[in-house]
Ligand binder design. Structure first.
Ligand code: EPU
Length: 440
């Protein structure tokens, strides 16, 4: 098996490569309550958005994940002061920001570093940021981001892997997105918030984290209306003021991962600190699959145990079924009676996890953008790779369900987006532990 080498900071100097893996002994139904952390995909946008604020702002309910740590370090390198003041809060003071440049070393390990384009452009009318890295499931273009920046009056050049954006002044404009893009929608809000006049983004993404970023910016003095619909109107303001506290929404995808794990293990889990409305597409599917789901004001209880029935699922932008829950729900479809399908409507190459699940006994065929899943599989533990973040979550769920021991490798992907995943599952009764693999 091949591993992407992951260095633990202290060991790098010593020349020792320390990899980590999750070891899971399956077949234990999950029971109890789990608290969901702040949303990764909101946090990775709100933190760069703080670059637009003059002064200090405090962000609460920030998830303790690798992507946030990378962004925090990135902001510090740009000249900001960032303090962790409490379990899940960051105080960011961007007064000292002194550069609009971020090189490849600074941005290579995360996709969401593309929010630096919009944030630095909005602050300095200039940004020079290397092409971002991130999860590996297909070509991830940024043409819609660029088209929007140009519509606002910026000039965009790509030289030696660096996107160079500059404008004498940014002016409001009408922008129609050719594809519904979360990243482009948020980036254009960031760039337009201090532009002169009104910007209208049409065919905008409606994801909860788009709304969260708009709410954060509005709390700092921006004038954004329509976030959560497909037309967002932004009236430029002169400045965004600090002194505010903002709390990030709960993570829709982490919540969904635990809901699916509860159903797959035939357990009974209450997923707490969530917004049930954000979970509607998953809740509806689980009910269709004969899983009991009860909703409260800020919690959902999922009880499995009955025969799971087949389903056909298509992933779509919000409010459709989220692409980020595609690999996890496939594990549940493997256990269902009959033949199910999952059709991927967002990412071309999201099927790399399928080969890993097959090693555990899953019966799945991929035809183009559709996976056909023959249900009734009795999964058995095996060594598997997390091929990306959500694929990693699927491997963990499969390990919790499978007979015997599963080892999930490449878990640095999982750590990018799930806070203390093994602790949360262990609290629900899972037999899961993290181990180091030391290679000289
Ligand atoms: N697209 C273009 N041109 C663009 C931008 C996007 O053609 O300029 C296409 C993409 O190729 C894709 C579709 O539009 O087919 C949607 O891409 P989008 O821009 O919405 O994705 P993203 O902003 O890069 C975010 C999340 C992803 C999540 C997608 C879809 C963050 C940091 N990432 O990515 O989350 O899968 O939206 O909901 O918010 C994850 O959390 O594991 C993750 C990958």
């Amino acid at each position: 098996m091949t591993h992407n080498v992951y260095y633990l900071a202290n060991d790098k100097k010593a020349g020792v490569f320390c990899l980590e893996k999750l070891v899971i002994n399956g077949r234990k139904p999950l029971h109890g309550e789990v608290n969901i952390s702040g949303a990764k995909n909101a946090a990775v946008a709100v933190i760069p958005a703080a670059l637009l604020v003059e002064g200090t702002c405090r962000i609460e309910n920030v998830p303790d994940i690798k992507d946030v740590k990378i962004l925090k370090d990135l902001l510090i390198k740009l000249g900001a002061k960032v303090e962790c003041d409490g379990k899940d809060s960051l105080t960011i003071d961007t007064t000292g920001i002194n550069t609009y440049k971020a090189n490849y070393d600074m941005v290579k390990s995360m996709r969401a570093s593309y929010y630096l384009y919009g944030a630095l452009l909005g602050r300095f009318n200039k940004a020079e940021v290397a092409f971002p890295g991130g999860c590996d499931f297909g070509f991830r273009p940024i043409d819609q981001h660029i088209k929007g920046f140009e519509a606002l009056g910026a000039r965009v050049d790509v030289e030696h892997g660096v996107v160079k954006i500059s404008a004498d002044k940014l002016s409001g404009s009408q922008i129609y997105l050719d594809v519904v893009s979360v990243g482009a929608t948020i980036n254009l809000m960031l760039a337009a918030v201090r532009a002169k006049g009104q910007t209208v983004i049409e065919n905008a993404a409606k994801e909860p984290h788009v709304v969260d970023v708009a709410n954060f910016l509005n709390a700092m003095g921006a004038n954004i209306k329509g976030a959560g619909t497909d037309v967002i109107k932004i009236k430029g303001v002169d400045s965004l003021k600090g002194g505010c506290t903002y709390s990030i929404i709960p993570d829709q995808i982490e919540a969904g991962t635990f809901m699916i794990a509860a159903a797959a293990t035939g357990g009974d889990v209450t997923v707490k600190n969530i917004i049930p409305k954000h979970m509607e597409s998953l809740t509806a599917k689980l009910i269709e699959m004969n899983v009991k789901v009860v909703e409260g004001e800020d919690w959902i209880r999922v009880s499995g145990g009955k025969k799971i029935t087949k389903a056909n699922i298509k992933t779509l932008p919000y409010p459709g079924f989220p692409t980020d829950l595609h690999p996890p729900i496939t594990v549940l479809l493997c256990l269902a009676e009959g033949t199910s399908t999952i059709s991927e409507g967002v990412w071309d190459l999201r099927f790399q996890y399928v080969d890993e699940l097959k090693r555990m006994g899953a019966n799945i065929k991929v035809e183009g953008r559709i996976a056909v899943i023959e249900g009734g599989s009795r999964l058995s533990g095996a060594p598997v790779n997390a091929t990306d973040l959500r694929a990693g979550a699927a491997m963990v769920i499969a390990g919790l369900v499978a007979k015997g021991t599963t080892e999930v490798h490449n878990i640095q992907y999982i750590d990018r987006g799930y806070e203390k995943i093994e602790d949360k599952f262990r609290q629900l009764g899972a037999d899961i532990r993290r181990e180091q693999i030391t290679e000289n």
